[in-house]
Design a protein around this ligand. Sequence first.
Ligand SMILES: [Zn+2]
Ligand SMILES: [Zn+2]
Length: 244
Amino acid sequence: MKEKIYTIPVNDAYASAGPCPLCSLESTMNDNLLAYYLGPSLMEPDVRQVTNDRGFCRDHLTALYKREENRLGLGLMLHTHTSHLLSDLGTVLDKSVPAGNARLFSGRQKDFRQNLLAAADRVEQRIRSCVICDRLEQTMDRYLDVIFYQYFTEPSFKKRFDDGDGYCLPHTALLLRGAAKYLNQNQAAEFVASLAAMQNKSLQTLSDDIEWFTLKFDYRNHDKDWKNSKDALPRAICKLGGAR
Ligand SMILES: [Zn+2]
Ligand SMILES: [Zn+2]
């Protein structure tokens, strides 16, 4: 039996009514991590070392700020993080400045472009780096392992999965990558056949609902029923991009 710490959240997510079970799972985990990094942990030296080094992406910085529960803590954390950034990127930026006299250094034109691109790469690396994104990715990988384990050992979980309504596209890709990583060919044949059937069916339904949404703008359809199309656009956004 896989550890309960991973099976309970997976089963809760599959029991919830949301449009994508993995979005529910990730969203709960995301909330817990935001609370964790704004809680007492932010004063612990080992946590601070990680947040200083890796920082947060724009989405997670915005989410931390919007929670409003510990602006002082967020300020303290961002102060040491930006000091850390300054000591790292400050040097990178200083070294990226090309020599000013182009005639004297004409033979080194290529070098200066390479230096600028290397500096841009380094800045972008720091932008992409995020403690919460990293932990979400690692934990989702553990959850995938649990999903596959339960799919092939627990008939009730398999039935719930097979009867599902599909996944958002980012999580469809995650499941396919997980199947490539964790399953043998026979297992993948069974699992991916189920996933493909439910995905294609749910995309077809969504596409039909979006079409009816557009047809309702025709005056001849004005008095007809909306059927299931009133929320077709927000559902499409969730399906295409995920709910987080
Ligand atoms: Zn999803
Ligand atoms: Zn992030």
